[in-house]
Design a protein around this ligand. Sequence first.
Ligand code: PGA
Length: 249
Amino acid sequence: MRKNIVAGNWKMNNSLQEGLTLAKDLQSALNGKTLNCEVVICPPFIHLAHIAGEVRTIGLGAQNCADKVSGAYTGEVSAAMVASTGAQYVILGHSERRAYYAETNDILKEKVLLALANELTPIFCIGEVLSEREAGIQNQVVESQICEGLFDLSAEDFGKIVLAYEPVWAIGTGKTASPEQAQEMHAFIRKTVAGKYGAQVADETSILYGGSCNAGNAKELFSNPDVDGGLIGGASLAVDKFMPIVEAF
Ligand code: PGA
């Protein structure tokens, strides 16, 4: 059975103190609740070890990791370092990393392998930009991101991947994909995975939606058969905005 996951991507927000408070407040809000999804937060690197000590039922993830094992790579943080904080997840291939830090599918392939080698679950992001959707080539774009970034993996390793479909035109713009657009793309992604690894692996792959997901639209988005949760940016920065999304399942 595939997991439902609601993951908060804090991006470059919150001081350490603010982040600790947010994590503690979220944990308090979740205490005693029975949920139909796993809750994950992805704070900046330097918060991870501190927050790991504060959360009990919340999964913890990084927003990135290096494509190298270790050594003279000033400013980089390795997958092993991320894992050593107690984190279990790592977001890879977010469109902001692809666009602003020139992360290619070839680089991401290395990051995925290192994440898996360190027993981190990659949340691998895919999605088209507006001009690609307007040109009607969104399926080809997403398919090539999946093929080039992930399809060298064995079926066993692919089974450890969480996918996040994030149409770039919907990220931070307040413009959400309609539930129909999300379902259509998620079904296409699952079909693409099934074509490579078979129906069972595809059926067990969690595919999250991301892009201006909020308390008002989460329920409708998550009610689609192929939408298994969300990767939440802006609305993950306040407990009262994030909790209704978590509870939308
Ligand atoms: P958003 O970001 O919810 O603020 O649109 C989502 C993401 O980039 O993961």
